[in-house]
Write a protein that binds this ligand. Structure first.
Ligand code: GAL
Length: 397
């Protein structure tokens, strides 16, 4: 008895010791992982600290993830709104340059200074006139949050939800979100998977996939604001832009397409040859520039899916950084930061000043649910929504 009791004591002590060892091993592995993750973050961008993103929203954990390659590129993404917070690539002299504007903290993304910075946008990106559309004879109403219209999926669109994140390796981040039937007024449970992949060639591929259990409308995009000279380096009006579009969709004063596809030839919308963004911005007589407050228009891309086609090329006039945009989508909203107010500050400390960043939101056309002649954004049960866009970075010396 005595003997076996003694053994039992030894066994319990051994178990306790090993549990304790395991616990401290787990803790130290976790700490090491955290330190590595934080090292990755600071190595990617000295402006960023993971701790300002480690939080919760809607009861779900938020964090900051970093993709990196061996070619000097890294991308920081938070699963709050699936937002690209930072894209660091080398400039023409090899200097690491952060070409995506963003905030330092989760709180700022949740605050009034946010303008969809870096975000995944949905369920329907861009505008829906008066926040109403009809599907199979039934009228659906989405919140009016932009003048008389609905913008970017309503009040709490995909930019403000927490995505489930899985990072398998240094190059891929998978995000998932289930948007409930009725969420923001849209019909059907929509299951969305977005994958960000950083290639060895300094390309960021975004694949968007979705399925629904009821007929619905879907138009997903990414709202990263780029400044190819680097965040905080001032105006983007001297960037050179080429857009592979012979037509665009003119808009009314509330930025709803008139339904026409107008030729760009002979107008300030002709970017078929590389042209400085600001070269024709003050064309006083152009009603479309007045309506948009500058460029804030959907370009009808000459080529569209199913395979990737080049939509645009942009060159930073100071950095020599070139961004090529490829997409399977038929349209691209070219927005040049006309609403940037200068009231908030970005991660570098620079303010969000007027026209210091631009967006190239690849998409189906604005107000598609109400425009019979535009490509449809209706998704039916049993069908797969699948689009891809690539932003590829290089340099011109
Ligand atoms: C763009 C839209 C602009 C503006 C911006 C967010 O996608 O075209 O008009 O609303 O988002 O500030």
């Amino acid at each position: 008895m005595k003997h076996s009791n003694g053994l039992a004591v030894i066994a319990i002590a051994a178990l306790a010791l090993s549990a304790c060892n395991n616990a401290s091993k787990n803790e130290s592995t976790a700490n090491a992982e955290n330190t590595n993750a934080q090292d990755s973050v600071t190595a990617c961008s000295s402006y960023l600290d993971k701790k300002y993103f480690e939080d919760t929203a809607d009861g779900k954990p938020t964090d900051l993830y970093v993709l990196k390659n061996s070619n000097g590129a890294c991308v920081a993404i938070t699963n709050y709104g699936g937002r690209i917070v930072s894209i660091v690539v080398p400039d023409k002299n090899g200097k690491p340059t952060d070409v995506a504007v963003g905030f330092k903290t989760l709180r700022e993304y949740q605050g009034p200074g946010d303008a969809y910075y870096g975000a995944l946008v949905g369920r329907v990106g861009n505008r829906i006139a008066k926040g109403k559309f009809i599907l199979d004879g039934k009228t659906y109403t989405i919140a009016v949050n932009n003048g008389p219209n609905s913008l970017h999926g309503g009040i709490k669109g995909f930019q403000a939800v927490v995505w489930d994140a899985t990072q398998a390796n240094d190059s891929t981040l998978s995000l998932s979100y289930v948007s409930k039937d009725g969420e923001e007024g849209f019909p059907g449970n929509l299951t969305v998977h977005v994958t960000y992949t950083l290639g060895g060639d300094n390309s960021i591929k975004i694949n968007y996939a979705a399925t629904t259990d009821k007929k619905t409308v879907v138009n997903l995009t990414n709202h990263t604001y780029f400044n190819l000279n680097g965040e905080g380096s001032g105006t983007i009006l001297n960037h050179l832009v080429q857009i592979n579009a012979d037509k665009y969709t003119p808009v009314d004063a509330t930025l709803i397409p008139t339904g026409k596809l107008d030729p760009v030839a002979g107008t300030p919308f002709d970017f078929t040859k590389p042209t400085a963004i600001g070269a024709r911005i003050d064309t006083a007589a152009n009603q479309q520039l007045k309506n948009g407050g500058g460029y804030d228009h959907n370009f009808v891309l000459n080529d569209a899916g199913p395979s990737l086609h080049q939509a645009a090329e942009v060159t930073g006039d100071q950095s020599g950084i070139v961004m090529d945009v490829f997409t399977t989508e038929p349209g691209m909203q070219f927005y040049i930061g006309n609403f940037m107010s200068g009231k908030s500050s970005f991660k570098s400390g620079a303010n969000d000043n007027y026209r210091t960043a631009f967006c190239m939101e690849t998409q189906h056309f604005p107000d598609a649910p109400n425009q019979k002649t535009f490509p449809s954004i209706v998704l039916e049960p049993g069908k797969a929504y699948n689009t891809t866009t690539v932003y590829k970075f290089g340099v011109k010396k």
